[in-house]
Design a protein around this ligand. Structure first.
Ligand code: GLU
Length: 472
């Protein structure tokens, strides 16, 4: 059997981290078994579905690298097919038209509630003869009256539902449009989905869907209902807990590897291993090992993973992701050193790509002002001569590279009989504007000779002006 899984989001918002985890599990399961991963957009709710949301979902999946083999399919393209299935169920006597008015249904509901019964449709129209003409009606699926439906869930185990607890579900609204439980069944059947991996908020839909599928003589898929994600206060993860959209993590400077690794470990483990490359996920992940209880979202662990991947990933890969963050700051990475070299210098230092971008601006663009504290401490009259000496040495270097720059700093320190730091730190403030940067020789190398000398000249003038100001 070829495994076929699907991710079936409703495009009514952004791609939520919970949805992304479900997609990841579904994708991994297909990839691990050499199967097929299908993307299906469940956009039948015309009022709530938006193009922006479809784009946000596709963008999030692309960023995470969750590639699909088939799709995206859109349910709104398949109304004809759903209509044909509804007609077939009606023809075969497995569904019926229901003419009950809203008033009748409301009264029924109120009576059942008063009797402390679970409100459900009483089957009033089940055996009614079809009304002639265009009388408004919905179509209901005739659910088996008794017996049980057993969901053999790969995560939850065996879950048994009594048929007499299930309603005769509406499968077509009065305007003829199909409802969620019908479209999912038809799609899972037509798309030959073997494994339905989805959020456990859909567990209660499974027996209804199995019954409809059986009425259509289809084979039920295997189900795996993934438990929900909680915030640290034990409540369902939501905006109140901070960023919950996948692209918010992109915007905050996370690498997709970090979020994927974080999500795979949310409710699944393999011994005490924390770091998983995608290949290791393929190797070790199995849906049956997913926890059957909810998991708690832990932002600090996600940050830790992000730092890990910023350090360990191939610099070219980090550079690829960094460039869009620099772009947002108005920096064109073509106007300066090779981005990959900047990443190598910054990789160990930054917690996010946003931080890496913000602390890399001086490689590409002149700054207007010094960090006040750093300038007060380091650009003072006493360093004027050594810094001027260093400027001369640097201007004469035959090769602009970290090693000769380093040597020039040592030679200057010796010539002026000061500690190396007394030269290096003023140089740092002079060429970066602040007190922290990667090692100063590499920093200067990357900034380039011309910019370094110009910035040194500016700093020398700044010191002179400061000196003049104190003397006058
Ligand atoms: N469209 C449904 C949702 O976004 C998922 C349906 C399913 O996976 O069966 O909640």
């Amino acid at each position: 059997m070829t495994i076929r899984t699907r991710f079936a989001p409703s495009p009514t918002g952004y791609l939520h981290v919970g949805g992304a985890r479900t997609a990841l599990f579904s994708w991994l399961y297909a990839r691990k078994h050499g199967g097929t991963f299908v993307l299906r957009i469940e956009d039948t709710d015309a009022e709530r579905s938006t193009v922006d949301s479809i784009n946000a979902i596709l963008e999030g999946m692309t960023w995470l690298g969750l590639d699909y083999d088939e799709g995206p399919f859109f349910q709104t393209d398949r109304f004809e097919r759903y209509g044909a299935i509804i007609a077939r169920l009606l023809d075969e006597g497995k569904a019926y038209r229901c003419y009950c008015s809203k008033e009748r249904l409301d009264a029924l509901r109120a009576e059942q509630m008063a009797r402390k019964e679970k409100p459900r449709y009483d089957g009033h129209c089940r055996h009614l003869k079809d009304q002639p003409g265009e009388v408004s009606h919905v179509v209901r699926f005739q659910n088996p009256a008794d017996g049980v439906v057993v969901v053999e869930d790969l995560i939850r185990g065996k879950v048994v539902f009594q048929n007499n607890e299930l309603d005769d579900l509406i499968i077509a609204r009065s305007d003829g449009t199909p409802t969620y439980n019908l479209t999912v069944v038809v799609d899972d059947m037509d798309m030959e989905i073997t494994h339905v991996i989805r959020g456990d908020d859909h567990l209660n839909n499974s027996p209804r869907q199995i019954n409809i599928l059986q009425a259509l003589e289809g084979t039920p898929p295997v189900y795996a209902h993934v438990p929900m994600i909680l915030g640290e206060d034990g409540k369902r993860l939501s905006k109140r807990h901070g960023a919950v959209s996948v692209m918010q993590y992109h915007d905050a400077g996370f690498l997709p590897e970090a979020l994927l690794n974080y999500l795979v470990r949310l409710g699944w483990s393999h011994g005490d291993q924390e770091i998983f490359s995608v290949d290791e996920m393929y190797q070790h992940f199995d849906i049956v090992d997913v926890n059957n209880s909810a998991s708690t979202f832990n932002p600090s662990k996600l940050s830790w993973l992000n730092q890990h991947y910023l350090k360990e990933c191939d610099p070219a890969h980090v550079a690829h992701h960094l460039s869009s963050h620099l772009g947002r700051l108005g920096i064109d990475p073509a106007q300066g050193p090779e981005l990959v070299e900047v990443v190598k210098a910054q990789q160990e230092r930054a917690k996010t790509l946003v931080e890496m971008a913000e602390t890399s601006i001086y490689f590409y663009k002149d700054f207007d002002e010094y960090d006040d504290k750093a300038a007060k401490k380091n650009l003072k009259p006493g360093v004027l001569e050594p810094l001027a000496g260093l400027r001369d040495r640097l201007s004469e270097l035959s090769q602009w590279a970290a090693a000769p720059i380093h040597q020039a700093i040592i030679d200057t320190a010796e010539a002026f009989d000061v500690k190396m730091g007394k030269i290096a730190q003023p140089l740092r403030v002079a060429i970066t504007g602040g007190a922290s940067s990667p090692s100063i020789d590499i920093t200067a190398q990357l900034i380039g000779r011309e910019r370094t000398l110009q910035r040194l000249d500016k700093a020398l003038k700044y010191i002179k002006d400061r000196e003049d100001a104190t003397q006058s």
